[in-house]
Design a protein around this ligand. Structure first.
Ligand code: SF4
Ligand code: SF4
Length: 378
């Protein structure tokens, strides 16, 4: 396993982190939980192979992920593993935040958390819900003073610009954002963090499973054994990224990812360029010259035009059919609630004159929905 200095924290982390969000934990119709023992063994299996960073969250796996992580650590020197978990910022209530911290410590059955994240922090959420007397940020500082937290961190789905604002508050020792072959929007935020000595962790290096499926385009460009291998090697090619967490659900995935991490061969610049070239060539064939510039936004109905077109490009240019459909299916739900899928379009036409590529957006949205979204409701 390769290890790397983590920002200015003084700790060395394995380049591969264990994402404890796809553990084999199930809940049946009577609310009975199964799979914790199996999950515990799986995490332990990865730790035994040299992984030393485990990333969980309050609500992962029916809120049982932290428990599985805690059990996996039993019998190991506490300082040999770095626990990362997250407190959801559901309201501005500092005492609720504190309560969730106490609960996390109990579930993990340990005295402190190494990297405690504000889960899904936005710039707006930071300003309106974190600050203020007795608010979550004050509680977090107190927890750090009391030794319950070693480092304060945040995960982010806000814009890359707002992510940089959060880094510049100077409050956080590390951050966690999405970054992969298909989605590189946070590259400037990661670079900024790295320059400032803030530790960088990326989630979804294999596209939340999307790059776990075979892609002819990627395989041809890299010669990698699997798309997953190419995806991890792509992430590790960036000097700005310290750790990539991969949600691993069975031993086969652990073995494959650990083997890639151990080989330590990031994709070369030439291989990345080859992927990009093939992608661009296939995009041209698609006749959808969307550059993702975002000038068509905001749509009064919240239609996520650039994202929808990006998924259509993944579908056809990268041959990632299942992956792009899955991602499209998330639009309008969960944290994507404000980003609507194509059927929300009322055909007002406001967006089209703003598009520098002169894309017939309304017609293309219909086409995209036909291809990506048979199962998506308006
Ligand atoms: S035409 Fe559709 S996508 Fe474009 S601005 Fe109007 S509602 Fe939004
Ligand atoms: S303005 Fe045109 S090119 Fe830019 S994101 Fe919107 S559809 Fe794509």
């Amino acid at each position: 396993m390769l290890y790397r200095d983590f920002g200015k924290t003084g700790v060395k982390l394995s380049r591969l982190g264990f994402g404890a969000m796809r553990l084999p934990i199930q809940k049946d119709e009577k609310g009975r939980i199964t799979g914790i023992d199996e999950s515990t063994e799986l995490i332990r299996y990865a730790l035994d192979k040299g992984v030393n960073y485990v990333d969980s969250a309050f609500y992962y796996c029916h809120s049982e992920s932290e428990t599985a992580v805690g059990r996996a650590l039993k019998g190991l020197p506490r300082e040999s593993v770095f626990i990362s978990t997250k407190n959801p910022l559901e309201n501005a209530c500092g005492s609720c935040w504190w309560l969730r911290l106490q609960l996390a410590l109990r579930r993990l059955d340990c005295g402190y958390i190494d990297f405690y994240h504000f889960h899904g922090l936005s710039w707006d959420g930071y300003q309106t819900r974190c600050l203020g007397e007795g608010g979550p940020m004050a509680q977090a500082r107190k927890a750090r003073e009391q030794g319950l937290i070693r480092h304060l961190s945040f995960s982010c789905h806000d814009t890359p610009e707002n992510c940089i604002k959060l880094i510049d508050t100077g409050e956080f020792d590390s951050l966690l954002v999405q970054y992969n072959l298909l989605d590189r929007q946070y590259a400037p935020s990661l670079h900024h963090a790295h320059e400032k000595g803030v530790g960088t962790v990326v989630m979804g290096p294999v596209g939340g499973g999307r790059l776990g499926v075979p892609s002819e385009v990627i395989a041809r460009a890299t010669g990698a054994v699997s798309t997953t291998e190419a995806a991890l090697r792509f992430v590790w090619a960036s000097p700005d990224i310290d750790v990539a967490i991969s949600g691993m659900g069975d031993r086969r995935m652990v073995d494959e990812n650990v083997a890639t991490a151990e080989r330590g061969e990031p994709l070369s610049d030439a291989e990345v360029a080859r992927i990009d070239r093939l992608y661009d060539e296939n995009k041209k064939l698609l006749d959808l010259p969307c550059t993702g510039c975002g000038y068509c936004q905001p749509c009064p109905q919240g239609v996520a035009i650039p994202r929808i077109f990006q998924y259509l490009q993944w579908h056809s240019a990268f041959d990632l059919k299942e992956a792009s459909r899955q991602r499209y299916g998330w639009l309008g739900t969960g944290w994507e609630e404000k980003n609507k899928p194509a059927p929300a379009c009322t055909e007002c036409g406001e967006c089209e004159p703003k598009c520098p590529q002169k894309i017939p957006i309304r017609a293309k949205l219909k086409e995209a929905h036909k291809i990506l979204g048979e199962t998506v409701k308006p």
